[in-house]
Design a protein around this ligand. Structure first.
Ligand code: UDX
Length: 439
């Protein structure tokens, strides 16, 4: 099939590349000339494991192309994906200006029946708005379908190629059969394509993200209570996760969820609820708790060092909002760094992928180390913000020589309490009792 993907951000690039991999002719369109030039020169603007292999193969075989011209990009396309940004507006609702602009531009240039697909996470009712914007100047028949994307950064290619499910919102049989054909290679293992109306598909995406954010937040609150009552949240997680009604995943307590989706989507859903005069109390609490959770380690740091952190140096391992990405959007590490700097402390950070992105925001306000160990040199303590595998089994002997104090504040529960106690570390983590070294 011939496919156009408008918007070469995270979702657009993965969508385009993966559909090329299943044998389609894909043209990706973006208004950013520099980005398109880079892509045409084989430079992938995001870090996503596995994407490069597929990208280079499909570019080489002529199935994946990039252009800044919408009219050239959509020529002959049977499906046009809209993978455009929906940034939160000032009031927290998703801003649709990019999507609706492209929809208006599409109307007059469509020359045959086409399925226009909303891939971006968009509020309920957007498919109807997109349809209306296209229809204003369209001379041909078309359908607008809502097909939300559930991929996770870091495993996006795998999520795309082997989706748990594909949700397609349309009431048009013609569009259904086009979408079925397109997704057939991805659901061979029996995972379902679930058809529903457009509004339900749009709502499904928000419900999924809000539910997962709530699951994490619930665990974070259980963790906070565990610390008070003397229980261990790791055991609680194992104890409840084995109940198939609850499930094992997304029960890891930590310093809160971040990233480009959960915070934005929870906020947008809360905004939708407000617009419809529904008081969605759970969501409001999720947002409040997550904001508090992000800097949860700060009181523990003060518990150890006292209230005055002036002149103390903290090594930070991990800046990305989660492992296997260089994405620092809404990353708890940033909130913690800002809080530490505000207290007059110094920060030396290390992250395997995200340091350039942080440098663009924080510049020389913090130091950047070339290795995880270099970050520890002369530091008063180590703080772990992202659970990169590299940090799970470090060379503790090397660490002992570099750190001024054997103390770790762990926002991701990377180590076992027993190991820390055996090695004589003072160790603060989330939802578990602090290990206090006698040294
Ligand atoms: C998420 C959804 O999973 C995906 O389906 C959607 O399309 C986009 O948003 P992503 O933001 O890439 O994907 O990351 P995800 O792996 O879901 O993690 C989100 C946040 O939750 C991270 O900050 C992570 O650290 C946190 N998290 C996750 C926890 O704190 N505990 C957990 O148990 C799981």
């Amino acid at each position: 099939m011939k496919i156009a993907v408008v918007g070469t951000g995270y979702v657009g690039l993965v969508t385009g590349t993966c559909f090329a991999e299943t044998g389609n002719q894909v043209i990706c369109v973006d208004i950013d000339e520099r980005k398109v030039e880079k892509l045409n020169n084989g430079i992938i603007p995001i870090y996503e494991p596995g994407l490069d292999v597929l990208f280079y193969r499909n570019v080489e075989e002529g199935r994946l192309k990039f252009t800044t011209s919408l009219i050239d990009g959509i020529k002959g396309a049977e499906v046009i994906f809209l993978a455009l940004p929906t940034p939160p507006g000032e009031d927290g609702s998703a801003d649709l200006k990019y999507i609706l602009k492209v929809a208006s531009d599409l109307g007059p240039i469509l020359s045959q029946y086409v399925v226009v697909v909303d891939k971006s996470t968009v509020p309920v009712g957007t498919a109807e708005k997109v349809r209306a914007h296209i229809a204003e100047h369209a001379q041909v028949e078309f359908d607008v379908v809502s097909n939300p994307e559930f991929l996770r950064e870091g495993v996006a290619v795998e999520d795309f190629m082997k989706p748990d499910r594909v949700v397609i919102g349309t009431r048009s049989d013609k569009a259904k059969s086009v979408m079925n054909k397109l997704y057939a290679p991805l659901v061979r293992q029996g995972n379902p394509v679930i058809f529903m109306d457009e509004r339900s598909a749009e709502m499904t995406k928000y419900a999924a993200n809000a539910f997962l954010a709530t699951k994490i937040t619930f665990m974070n609150e259980i963790a906070n209570l565990c610390e008070k009552v003397g229980a261990n949240v790791d055991d609680i997680r194992r104890g409840i996760g084995t109940d198939s009604r609850i499930g094992k995943r997304f029960l890891f307590a930590g310093i809160g969820y971040g990233g480009s989706c959960f915070p934005k989507d929870v906020q947008a859903l809360a905004k939708t609820a407000q617009e419809y005069h529904y008081d969605f109390k759970v969501l409001e609490s999720v947002m409040t708790v997550n904001n508090l959770q992000k800097t949860k380690l700060l009181p523990q740091i003060k518990d150890y060092f006292g209230d005055d952190l002036k002149g103390k140096t903290f090594a930070i391992w991990g800046l990305a909002f989660k492992p296997y990405t260089d994405d620092i959007r809404e990353a708890p590490a940033l909130d913690n760094i800002k809080a530490l700097l505000a207290e007059g402390a110094k920060v030396t950070a290390y992250d395997p992928e995200a340091m350039d992105n942080v440098r663009n925001i924080l510049g020389t306000q913090i130091n950047y180390a070339h290795t995880q160990y270099a970050a520890l040199d002369d530091a008063d303590a180590l703080i772990i913000m992202t659970e990169w595998p590299l940090f799970r089994t470090p060379d503790f002997e090397k660490m002992n020589l570099l750190l001024k104090n054997k103390v770790i504040f762990d926002g991701r529960n990377v180590y076992e309490l027993e190991t820390m106690a055996e090695m004589g570390y003072t160790y603060y983590s989330i939802g578990r009792q602090a290990v206090k070294s006698q040294q």
